[in-house]
Design a protein. Structure first.
Length: 283
């Protein structure tokens, strides 16, 4: 079942016509990465400290969906790497994202929700219970928390638990296909072997944290929300959810625009950068 599920997610993403920009010139996303985490992995419990007590564990979410008898077995997580055509369009933007990037954030994330629904349906057809946290009534977003804008389920942190990548200076997840992507997940009572997770640290794929070099994402941020001290989520969110849509949403014909400047024209855009090989973690 594990490989069948991987194959089905890849098939759906690569073959579904909805995975295309409005003008049909390019897919939003390239071939996905898929990973698995055990629903009782202690990593999920740690997110109540890392993110907030409101963050749900897979078991809490599953019980909320199916009652006390609900017992989750696995978290299925995927990465949708943003297509090269879209990434290239955003590389030389200076203040606002490109039209293609904004369309990918708006319509591409809508397609990501189609992936979530498809995975849930496929699992149900095969005799398993499943729920997509992002589509659950239990999913809530909080504009203000001690850690900034947060929600009851983090797709990035689920992907980290499933061994799909590690975090970066700008708080994004660097995967083997890079940092420019969308991610999604489903919780199910199907039990499969979890993916291996890197044990070198939560930010090993980031050159700055790994060896004290790079920091390219700092210069890419037009509002100074990234520094060697980390990511200012408040300043970032004010720009991404306020200034950017105000400037280009109507022009691009979208509601959500994203930004993505710090995810393009950086060494980790579409792979894990090698660096110098010194391997000495920084910070």
């Amino acid at each position: 079942m594990r490989q069948k599920l991987v194959d089905e997610i890849i098939r759906f993403v690569t073959e579904t016509p909805a995975n295309r920009l409005p003008d049909g010139s390019s897919p939003y996303f390239e071939t996905p990465l898929v990973g698995f985490a055990a629903a009782n992995d202690p990593q999920f419990g740690s997110y109540k400290k890392v993110i907030g007590e409101f963050h749900l564990t897979p078991q809490e979410l599953f019980a909320g969906e199916f009652g006390l008898e609900g017992r989750a077995g696995t978290v299925v997580s995927w990465i949708l790497p943003i297509a090269e055509h879209v990434r290239k369009s955003n590389r030389y933007q200076g203040d606002f994202p490109s039209r293609e990037w904004a369309q990918t954030r708006n319509f591409g994330e809508g397609f990501n929700s189609e992936v979530r629904r498809h995975v849930v349906g496929w699992l149900q057809e095969n005799g398993y219970r499943a729920a997509a946290p992002q589509l659950s009534p239990q999913w809530k977003e909080f504009a203000e928390t001690p850690k900034g804008r947060s929600s009851t389920w983090s797709e990035r942190h689920a992907a980290y638990a499933a061994g799909l990548g590690t975090f970066s200076l700008n708080d994004a997840l660097i995967t083997e296909k890079g940092i420019a992507h969308r991610c999604g997940s489903v919780v199910t009572d199907l039990v499969v072997a979890p993916s291996e997770r890197q044990d070198r640290g939560y930010a090993w794929n980031c050159l700055y944290y790994r060896e004290g070099s790079c920091g390219a994402c700092i210069g890419r941020c037009p509002v100074g929300a990234i520094s060697f001290s980390g990511h200012d989520k408040v300043k970032c969110c004010e720009y991404v959810y306020g200034a950017v849509p105000g400037a280009v949403a109507e022009k691009y014909g979208v509601k959500a625009t994203g930004c993505g400047l710090c995810q393009t024209r950086v060494p980790c855009e579409n792979w894990i950068p090698r660096g110098s090989g010194r391997g000495a973690e920084h910070g």
